[in-house]
Design a protein around this ligand. Structure first.
Ligand code: UD1
Length: 330
């Protein structure tokens, strides 16, 4: 009999993983983090969570760990996530994301892990026909990153059909931003390209200027629109997804976003307000593969999981990201 409170979190030293570990610990779970620290930080894994250093490709180490600790559930974050890099080096993405995820699922099924929560992405929708995007929208990723994640979704669904005791939750993240409101952790991913982080760094003088990628989109001010979700609300969605599976409910796929978007210029204005400064900007051509607008339809997660976000406010998101960037210790 597995202990329901024991959860393995791969990639738990990374940005979204570490915030989810805090939420799991607050909800009383006993968490072990498995991370190779390729982009994560040891300092992001706070007690009582335990960190085990290891790569998902190390099948022996992983299998030993699963056999020893008898986890009931796995939350799988560890992945490569930089879209332009995935175009230049697709094999890194199929290897790190699809192949290693498949290896983890195999080890999980063999060790009788019952619940699996998977970090997926809005990138599986590609350039959507309609906004907001429901989970039933066509799946048409336009880059290897999105395809590597979609293939993992299919592996999970096929395995669960064949082994009905193994159930999953696929969470498709929109644009994750912000930091722990208590200032304990934040986004410290090296060379992060995310708009809110880059804008906060520019406001603080850590970067010279912010490039606006595309000013001729068919949007209200010509710049790209995204659905920015606070990382702590996303962390809570993982806890709810896990509880839902543990209560005996079936597998599911959920969009994680708020259902409304902000343009690049609106984000810049919010960061300028919080930082009380002007951000130097340069208008640049569109970035390859960027859709004009990507906004989630969040009805399903709100209804099924009773997800009630606390930080659906762009100023709260920007403030926590700015605060972390200003005071970060790692
Ligand atoms: C993408 C992926 C997402 C992935 C994330 C991190 C898609 C649909 N989404 O999000 O799954 O997790 O990257 O790798 O592929 N922008 C600027 N200047 C900047 C940075 C961004 O103008 O310096 C603009 C972008 O053109 C875009 C918006 O800001 O319109 C958000 O960009 P970003 O934060 O990089 O996230 P996505 O590309 O939307």
């Amino acid at each position: 009999m597995t202990d329901r409170s024991k959860v393995l979190v791969t990639g738990g030293a990374g940005y979204i993983g570490s915030h989810t570990v805090l939420a799991l610990n607050a909800a009383g779970y006993d968490v072990v983090v498995y991370d190779n620290l390729s982009t994560g930080h040891q300092e992001a894994v706070l007690s009582p969570a335990r960190l085990i250093l290891g790569d998902l490709g190390d099948t022996e180490k992983l299998t030993d760990l699963l056999a020893r600790e008898q986890f009931s559930s796995i939350i799988h974050f560890a992945a490569s996530i930089v879209v332009p890099e995935s175009v230049i080096d697709p094999l890194k993405y199929y290897q790190n994301n699809t192949i290693k995820t498949t290896g983890l699922i195999l080890a999980a099924v063999r060790q009788n892990v019952e619940h699996f929560i998977f970090s997926s992405t809005a990138a599986v929708y590609g350039i959507p026909d309609h906004i907001p995007v429901p989970e039933t929208a066509p799946l048409a990723p336009i880059n290897p990153y999105g395809r590597s994640k979609l293939m993992s979704e299919w592996v999970l669904q096929d395995v669960s059909r064949a082994c009905p005791l193994f159930r999953y939750m696929i969470l498709r993240y929109f644009n994750v931003a912000g930091a722990d409101p208590g200032g304990r952790i934040g986004q410290s991913t090296p060379e992060a390209t995310h708009l809110i982080k880059v804008a906060a760094q520019t406001a603080l003088g850590l970067r010279q200027e912010l490039q606006i990628f595309g000013t001729d989109y068919p949007t209200r001010d010509g710049t790209g629109i995204r659905d920015y979700i606070h990382v702590s609300d996303l962390a809570e969605a993982h806890v709810l997804a896990l509880k839902n599976l543990q209560d005996g409910n079936g597998s599911g796929i959920y969009n994680c976003g708020y259902g409304h978007g902000y343009s690049v210029r609106e984000i810049i204005a919010a960061v300028q307000k919080i930082g009380k400064t002007r951000i130097p900007t340069a208008e640049s051509p569109r970035r390859a593969g960027d859709p004009a607008e990507l906004v989630s339809d969040p009805k399903k997660i709100r209804q099924d999981l009773d997800w009630q976000p606390d930080f659906d406010d762009i100023e709260k998101i920007v403030e926590s990201a700015y605060h972390w960037e200003k005071n970060r210790t790692f």
